[in-house]
Design a binder for this molecule. Structure first.
Ligand SMILES: *Cc1c(COP(=O)(O)O)cnc(C)c1O
Length: 376
């Protein structure tokens, strides 16, 4: 989507490429999520877009933060929250980083293995720990399966073991996969979490927190279910599997949902060309590509709406970036069409690019600087 504020900003024609984020849209996304899952604490996944203006806005609105590194913890602290409103949600942490987080007052830590539990027990004694379980990632455009989480039996055993190691077994987490379009995708994992809660209780370990992760989508080229329908499905799953013993603390970790549709990348066309005189399809090269922030176009997984200022008849195009790497092609199979009179120097809007763009930009591959962010 775009907004009047964004259109006015883009009309000022700054040097491209850059990302412009409308903070009113972020605030609106926060309110939509809070009303869909009123029982949940909102931990914004900092990696989605760590612009200081976004973090301070969310901190003021009451958000907590899900972080993956000491640098992200420092960004959250700088936004005005204390360590009690920060979760160190990465299951893969150096012992020295755990100690640094502990020293900064961070109380909540993720793990999914015995070796990580060992590190937590040594470097963050007394911390609240939660175990991440595996999910299938089915139905997600950007799955996060396999790499994170462990089987439920192992999660149960680790949480029971945690109680004997000087950390506090606090609960269970999972992530259903990013850009999840199936509103019922949380059900299977909620059922597994409920099983772990019961098993731990039988072993004398009382868990109190369920972290249902992120995964809520943003609208790209296709419609998505309303936030409210995710909330209803999740609420039904909690009632179905926990009955009248719903965990006292529920956490959500939105990333994409909070910022995706709030941003537009303004880009300039560098070249329009053809590979042969017979081919009708044109190649459109932009001043931003896979290495400049559009990494989620990998396998054409995330398909951003791309809008030209020029109106008129359109034709099929391949869309590629400016670098000297042949992997720097964003869309070749997906059906993208742009004006037939498109030429170098024209501008395009790549919409719904508020999430996972600025943080995915390489430092200076081929000398191209990471993109700037303007929050308005
Ligand atoms: C990336 C991430 C999120 C955010 O995921 P979205 O799909 O963007 O909502 C939440 N929690 C964890 C642990 C993550 O790694």
């Amino acid at each position: 989507m775009t907004t009047k504020k964004i259109q006015k900003f883009i009309a000022e024609r700054r040097p491209t490429p850059y990302l412009v984020v409308d903070l009113d849209v972020v605030a609106d996304n926060y309110r939509k999520l809070a009303s869909a899952v009123p029982q949940a604490g909102i931990y914004y996944a900092v990696k989605a877009n760590p612009a200081p203006e976004i973090l301070s806005l969310l901190a003021k609105m009451g958000a907590s933060f899900d972080t993956a590194s000491v640098a992200e913890i420092d960004m959250a602290l700088a936004a005005g929250v204390d360590g009690g409103r920060i979760s160190f949600g990465n299951t893969i942490k150096k012992a020295s980083d755990i100690a640094a987080a502990h020293a900064r007052g961070v109380k909540l830590y993720a793990f999914d293995s015995e070796a990580e539990l060992d590190k937590l027990a040594k470097a963050a004694p007394g911390a609240k720990v939660f175990c991440r379980i595996l999910t299938s990632g089915e139905g997600a455009d950007w799955p996060l399966s396999r790499k994170f989480g462990c089987e439920v039996e192992m999660a149960r055993d680790l949480l029971i073991a945690a109680a004997k190691r000087g950390v506090l077994p606090h609960g269970v987490s999972f992530h259903v996969g990013s850009q999840m379009k199936d509103t019922n995708a949380w059900d299977a994992a909620v059922a597994q979490a409920a099983w772990i809660f019961r098993e731990c209780e039988a072993a004398g370990v009382q868990l109190s927190m369920l972290n249902i992760g992120g995964g809520f989508p943003t609208r790209y080229r296709k419609d998505i279910p309303a936030m409210q329908s995710y909330g209803e499905a999740i609420h039904a799953s909690l009632a179905r599997h926990f009955g009248n013993r719903i965990p006292s603390e529920i956490i959500v970790e939105p990333g994409r949902q909070m910022v995706g549709n709030a941003g537009v990348i303004d880009t300039e066309v560098v070249l329009v060309s053809k590979k042969s005189s017979k081919e009708s399809r044109r190649w459109v090269y932009l001043d931003i590509g896979k290495f400049g922030g559009l990494a989620e176009t990998m396998d054409e997984a995330i398909q951003y709406p791309i809008v030209a200022a020029k109106k008129g008849p359109v034709g099929r195009v391949v869309i590629a970036g400016p670098t000297c790497d042949s992997a720097d092609v964003m869309y070749e199979k997906a059906d993208y069409r742009l004006p037939l009179d498109l030429e170098a120097g024209d501008r395009l809007e790549i919409r719904a690019t508020g999430a996972y763009t600025t943080t995915y930009a390489s430092v200076a591959f081929n000398g191209f600087e990471p993109i700037k962010t303007y929050c308005i």
